[in-house]
Design a protein around this ligand. Structure first.
Ligand code: DXP
Ligand SMILES: NCC(=O)COP(=O)(O)O
Length: 237
């Protein structure tokens, strides 16, 4: 079974565009779960361009499925993890000014830093996942730093999928096999959508969770949120 965790960042993007509370991010999470989402993912960025740290505190009381909080493990991120104690913390290497996440961790160069922050974060959550590119040395490094799962960064897969899906998925299959052999859980995310999701799921030896936000929210603008979540769940089953 592959869990669908809906990333609700873009509900906050729309809300912040007018400075009010519409759409209500907490209600969006509640409704996503009611419509079948098996997790809620948020990524509070340092500039709070969409999800704010207050949103994360508000969501703590509302999320009843799996709460996954993504972010760069700076002091503010670790503080919010310690307050919210989510089911999963997903560490990303994003610089504060990136447009969106654009790479996974170099778990070799950042071994000492990641080992220390993961040890700290594990005081507050049962599961730490780290965002990696599909390269076996970084998957092996994930074990060295104490991660429970990897999240395969799937933007390169999504970019190549339309032109050559076999090539697009190749490195992900290799990385997933290595991860599985090392006892790591396997998540995936970034730029997954209704067209490319099933093929990834079918090719990987296992896939514990996908976190999907941008494409799903864009689809929901045309197809409705309940219908869209059901369509994505259908691609996973
Ligand atoms: C880690 C990941 O790939 C996504 O959660 C990404 O962080 C989305 O961030 P934006 O919604 O700010 O593009
Ligand atoms: N970890 C990926 C995520 O949460 C959502 O990424 P995207 O679907 O918004 O590209």
């Amino acid at each position: 079974m592959t869990r669908l965790s809906v990333n609700i960042n873009k509900f906050a993007t729309l809300r912040n565009a007018r400075g009010g509370n519409n759409p209500n991010v907490v209600q969006a999470a509640i409704d996503c779960e009611r419509f079948g989402a098996e997790g809620i993912t948020v990524h509070p960025r340092p500039d709070e361009r969409h999800i704010t740290y207050q949103d994360v505190l508000d969501l703590k009381e509302a999320v009843t499925t799996e709460f996954n909080i993504e972010g760069y493990p700076d002091e503010r991120y670790i503080e919010i993890i310690s307050k919210v104690r989510p089911h999963q913390a997903t560490l990303v290497p994003d610089a504060p000014n990136v447009l969106t996440s654009n790479a996974g961790w170099d778990t070799i160069k950042n071994k000492v830093f990641l080992r220390d922050v993961i040890a700290e974060i594990k005081k507050y959550t049962e599961r730490v996942s780290i965002f990696v590119d599909p390269q076996t040395q970084f998957v092996e490094g994930a074990v060295e730093v104490g991660a429970d799962r990897i999240e395969l960064y799937t933007e390169p897969y999504a970019s190549l999928y339309q032109t050559n899906k076999e090539n697009a998925v190749k490195d992900y299959v290799t990385s997933a096999k290595v991860a599985s052999s090392l006892g790591l859980g396997i998540n995936a995310g970034h730029d997954l959508d209704r067209e490319n999701l099933k093929y990834l799921k079918t090719c990987l030896p296992r896939l514990d969770e996908v976190s999907i936000g941008h494409a799903l929210v864009c689809d929901a603008l045309y197809l409705g949120l309940e219908n869209t979540i059901q369509l994505y769940l259908r691609e996973l089953n």
